[in-house]
Design a protein around this ligand. Structure first.
Ligand SMILES: [Zn+2]
Ligand SMILES: [Zn+2]
Length: 301
């Protein structure tokens, strides 16, 4: 991410914080995890894993999923709706996540008598460990569900309708809470959508501003004129001042990119004039230029 993109992402975070369905849809990767309690819990679980040597991945939050969409320049300006199709571990519809064949249940684990823990004595210490017979659940399944092979979840195609807010820039990450992988004992992970915005042949974007290069003729530059140019909201008439030089710019206030969640605030549109020198003249034009040249002051004094 460039510094510009980072700034913009931070701006999105600020504006969207706590909006849209309770979650912040723009996760800044530089902020890291948002939930401190979960961090701490995760830390203790990691420690427990280290001491017991057991994998307790089941007891944790589901994994996040990252995916990408590509949208056109104008879709990013106006906002759009997109369907994101991706693969996701979701709860098994046959056993509802119970892992057992429907109609059969779980039976108490004989290794730990249903407590989920086994204890070892080592010297003065008693060490409690997660039971290997039942992975700490206290129960075992005699008849595992055949749809999910006793896992409780399946990897399925999922689709999600995404509202891409107007004004998004290339490289922004949208977050959809709890649409990541399923977790049996925790909440599902999140879905992150990386937005890629295609460039435009005419409009060039810088943050919320738009830059275009617009051709004018020699006489328009010298005498001044009104010309029609394309803006994000359609064609508009602008004034070319008399005496405009090649490369001069004109600022069109509030003709730029809509700012997120602000009351119709927009950036600006900068028009850069490019004087087109004709390389072919008809007889009349040539005669006029020759006439003009006789009247022109000597600029090479
Ligand atoms: Zn199942
Ligand atoms: Zn057990």
């Amino acid at each position: 991410m460039s510094a510009d993109q980072q700034n913009q992402q931070q701006e999105f975070n600020r504006q969207y914080g706590g909006g849209m369905g309770g979650g912040n849809p723009f996760e800044n990767m530089f902020n890291g995890k948002q939930n401190y309690e979960e961090d701490v819990k995760g830390f203790w679980e990691d420690l427990e894993d280290m001491f017991s040597g057991a994998k307790k991945s089941d007891s944790k939050r589901g994994k996040d999923i990252s995916t990408q969409i590509e949208i056109s320049f104008m879709e990013a300006i106006d906002g759009c709706q997109k369907t994101v199709v991706y693969e996701r571990n979701s709860v098994c519809s046959t056993c509802n996540g119970s892992k057992a064949k429907p109609g059969t249940g779980q039976t108490k684990c004989s290794t730990c008598s249903g407590s989920g823990k086994v204890f070892y004595r080592q010297g003065f210490m008693t060490i409690g460990m997660e039971c290997n017979g039942c992975n700490g659940s206290g129960n075992v399944i005699k008849n595992p569900c055949t749809s999910c092979n006793g896992k409780g979840f399946n990897n399925n195609k999922a689709s999600e309708e995404i509202n891409v807010p107007k004004g998004v820039n290339d490289g922004v990450k949208l977050r959809v809470a709890k649409k990541g992988h399923y977790s049996q004992n925790g909440q599902s992970g999140d879905l992150f959508i990386n937005v890629k915005v295609r460039s435009h042949p005419y409009f060039k974007r810088e943050e919320f501003d738009i830059h275009t290069e617009n051709p004018i003729t020699i006489s328009q530059a010298v005498l001044g004129a009104k010309i029609k140019i394309k803006t994000l909201t359609g064609e508009t008439l602008i004034t070319v001042d008399s005496g405009t030089k090649d490369g001069d710019t004109k600022k069109l206030l509030n003709y730029g990119v809509p700012k997120l969640n602000s009351n119709n605030q927009r950036g600006h549109h900068y028009v850069k004039f490019k004087i087109v020198i004709p390389n072919k003249l008809n007889d009349k034009q040539k005669a006029l230029f020759e006439e003009l040249s006789k009247l022109e002051e000597n600029v090479n004094k």
